[in-house]
Design a protein around this ligand. Structure first.
Ligand SMILES: [Fe+2]
Length: 250
């Protein structure tokens, strides 16, 4: 049936019970929340949109955010201590993981240490925005050989792949999972990212969704964002459902 007045579809309407597998809500250890106060504010505002489980994923990036088990554990501890004074802890779950840059440090970690996983063997990884890694296919193979399942954060944000749909398909064939950012479906990161995000959704190449929230501005944008294409909205609904099913711990 043809609708003259199609209903506005809000992104936030898909977020009831959302398990957010990518965000920077841990305080003071990367470019996300700076203080415990900011962390709690982000959790509260995401909860208002429907999110109920959080897997914070601070950057582990040798050159900029050299986070370790200790820095992540300490930041998480400070957040828990503050949350204990509120009733929030009984309403949401928070289990930290990490977003690993595929740099030299990561390759060392992979060999010598346990990685923080999102759940089970899923490890969230990112690559440079400026240039493709020379050996991405080898690294994916290596991650899998060590028993982990690589989840590439926001594949739609790597401009050098935008015109290479076949390469995205190749990475999927190698066993890489794709996590899309919610705000990539708006013009937040620019038109080319939005176009690629929609294309990847249409091609059924996206496995999981994350907010990648760093600050309150991101949550404000999320709360106002709409999707004009019903088909994309429906596919997105499926991907969010899949994300919740795979990563929920409750
Ligand atoms: Fe991130």
């Amino acid at each position: 049936m043809f609708h003259f007045f199609s209903k506005k579809l809000f992104l936030k309407d898909l977020l009831e019970g959302f398990v957010d597998i990518h965000n920077h809500i841990l305080p003071g250890i990367d470019d996300g929340a700076k203080t415990v106060h900011e962390s709690i504010d982000l959790i509260l505002s995401l909860k208002e949109l429907g999110a109920k489980e959080f897997i914070p994923t601070p950057h582990v990036m040798q050159d900029f955010y050299p986070n370790t088990d200790e820095t992540i554990g300490d930041s998480y501890g400070r957040l828990l201590e503050a949350l204990n004074k509120t009733k929030l802890l009984s309403e949401v779950t928070i289990n930290p993981a990490a977003e690993y840059m595929l740099d030299d440090n990561f390759e060392k970690l992979l060999k010598t240490k346990d990685l923080y996983t999102l759940k089970k063997s899923y490890v969230l990884v990112e690559i440079s925005y400026f240039q493709p890694p020379l050996n991405l296919e080898d690294i994916i193979f290596d991650i899998k050989t060590h028993g982990y399942l690589p989840v590439l954060a926001h594949p739609e944000r790597y401009a050098y792949y935008h015109k290479k749909l076949d390469y995205y398909k190749r990475l999927k064939q190698l066993g890489c999972f794709f996590q899309l950012n919610l705000l990539s479906l708006t013009n937040h990161y620019g038109n080319n990212v939005e176009k690629t995000a929609k294309r990847l959704i249409e091609e059924n190449l996206i496995d999981f969704i994350g907010s990648d929230v760093h600050n309150k501005n991101h949550v404000m944008k999320l709360s106002k964002s709409t999707i004009s294409n019903n088909k994309i909205f429906d596919s997105l609904k499926q991907v969010i459902r899949n994300t919740n099913t795979v990563f929920s711990v409750t």
